[in-house]
Design a protein around this ligand. Structure first.
Ligand code: FAD
Length: 471
């Protein structure tokens, strides 16, 4: 009898522990992707990008004699139906760790058991399970450095062999048509633009990684904070859909030689921030919803407001902030330092709640990751674990001088600052943003910034003194 493999964020054939386990059983495998309510709820850009990931993965499966069956509906009912239709008695999947996913998967497990069928979940989305390391006195770490030290003592399991053939069932069940899912519905304007920058599928992800490894590690170490350089791996886009495994990256880096000792280690530390974010998400799931530290609940952050709307549009009048917000619109991603700057500007200079920013990122990022996004926002806002102290307010102007010394990044994305001859990315912004914003390339850049930087900083610090320190 065949088994079902329920794919979610693991759209690859290399280093796939769950698929290897199925293959070892030498039974036909029916790969399935379900558009369930949780997947339906993804932000516009992530949902659109998921559609590309599914199409690419389906081709990859077809090339090894298999296929990907697409079904729409609640996961539990859909899987039970498929088991009935195919006569399969096992469902496998790779674990996810958001509270919603854990709850859904638990329900599926219980329902399958009740129906006399088996559910088997596998690792693979992270380097280690989020619960695998803990400090002596508690179940989870709150601070990154000791987490990293504990993490570094663990041996990361080797990658498992790539799947080269997957036995097909005698009869394939019916599949939905991917185009009919309209995963691009909310991206109707930006998709064409973002598609120029996206790097879709397992093969492309592996090539992207290989190209990154070809560069000297010193380029990463010295350039990773520079907004104007392309010194980072950009692999977050692929990691989030599982087009490459974190273990492939880890072992690839460890084997890369060169001046690996310095830059390679810096890169691994970044990769382990992703692990840390899953560690926190697992142990403190409220991180995606509420202030991680309750003492922040009294802080007078504003809800959505006119200034936040201008922040979303990239029209604050603060060039580096606007460049970053437009980069996200055009490319679907944003440089890490730029993410920190725009998050600080929104939560401190504009005194707007981090959730407003976090939700906007969830709409716009093609590398949206529930754990990294929540941790990133709470880290910058000051309300998270191991957060940047609130009183360390980034000054966008001095940050821009330091990390974009020749204003290349600002001109790359803000046409109004680019003189007579704005580049392709700057102009693409006007095609990528929603039509109802009615922006036009001839527009004038805001004459005055939304708030004077010194004044914004002082206002944030006063509120901090008043509401957080006292509480
Ligand atoms: P590289 O420097 O090449 O790093 C390699 C990998 O390490 C990344 O692909 C990523 O998986 C991981 N990584 C690096 N930095 C971090 C970090 N600070 N936290 C967690 N993992 C990290 N990352 C996302 O993947 N999705 C998000 O939705 C997301 N939202 C963020 C929101 C804010 C406010 C902030 C400050 C950060 C956010 N990050 C997010 C983390 C980080 O900005 C991105 O992972 C990074 O910019 C991806 O670029 P890269 O792949 O070139 O990184």
């Amino acid at each position: 009898t065949p088994v079902l493999f329920w794919f979610r964020r693991d759209l690859r054939l290399a280093d796939h522990p769950g698929l290897v386990a199925c293959q070892a059983a030498r039974v036909p495998v029916i790969p399935v992707f379900i558009l369930d309510p949780q997947t339906e709820a993804l932000g516009a850009a992530a949902k659109w990008r998921l559609g590309l990931a599914i199409a690419s993965f389906r081709e990859r499966l077809q090339a090894i004699g298999s296929d990907l069956i697409l079904r729409r509906g609640p996961a539990k009912e859909t899987l039970l139906e498929l088991l009935e239709e195919t006569g399969a008695c096992e469902v496998h999947w790779s674990r996810n760790y958001t509270p919603d996913a854990i709850e859904r998967d638990q329900e599926v497990k219980t329902a399958l058991k009740r129906a006399g069928r088996h559910a088997l979940s596998h690792p693979g989305h992270t380097l280690i399970e989020p619960w695998a390391v803990s400090p002596a006195a508690s179940d989870h770490f709150r601070v990154y450095s000791p987490y990293w030290r504990a993490f570094r003592t663990i041996e990361i399991a080797p990658v498992v062999p790539e799947i080269e053939a997957l036995p097909a069932p005698a009869l394939w069940p019916r599949s939905d048509n991917l185009a009919g899912w309209r995963l691009d519905a909310a991206m109707n304007r930006g998709a064409e633009v973002v598609a120029r920058y996206a790097c879709v599928g397992e093969q492309a992800a592996l090539e992207r990684f290989a190209a990154f490894l070809d560069e000297p590690w010193s380029a990463y170490r010295n350039g990773r904070d520079r907004l104007d350089l392309a010194a980072t791996s950009l692999l977050s886009e692929n990691l989030t859909y599982g087009e490459i495994s974190p273990r492939t990256i880890w072992h690839g880096v460890c084997a890369s030689g060169g001046d690996q000792e310095q830059g390679g280690e810096t890169f691994l530390k970044e990769l382990v921030w992703r692990e840390f974010s899953y560690h926190l998400l697992y142990h403190t799931p409220h991180i995606t919803q509420r202030n991680w530290r309750a003492e922040w609940n009294a802080f007078p952050w504003r809800g959505d407001n006119e200034q936040a709307a201008r922040w979303r549009k990239g029209l604050t009048g603060e060039p580096v902030i606007d460049a970053a917000m437009r980069q996200m619109y055009v490319t679907g991603t944003m440089h890490n330092r730029a993410r920190m700057l725009v998050a600080s500007y929104l939560t401190k200079h504009l005194m707007t709640h981090w959730k407003i920013g976090m939700d906007w990122f969830a709409q716009c990022l093609i590398d949206w990751d529930p754990a990294a996004n929540a941790l990133g926002w709470q880290w910058v806002a000051g309300s998270g674990p191991d957060a940047a102290p609130f009183f360390r307010v980034f000054n966008p102007a001095t940050q821009a001088e330091k990390f974009d010394p020749d204003a290349v990044y600002r001109r790359r994305y803000v046409a109004e600052l680019a003189g007579d001859n704005p580049g392709e990315a700057a102009l693409a912004y006007f095609d990528a943003c929603p039509r109802h914003w009615s922006l036009d390339p001839e527009q004038k850049y805001p004459e005055a910034p939304l708030i004077e930087l010194k004044r914004g900083r002082e206002r944030a610090l006063e509120a901090y003194q008043h509401y957080v320190v006292k509480n």
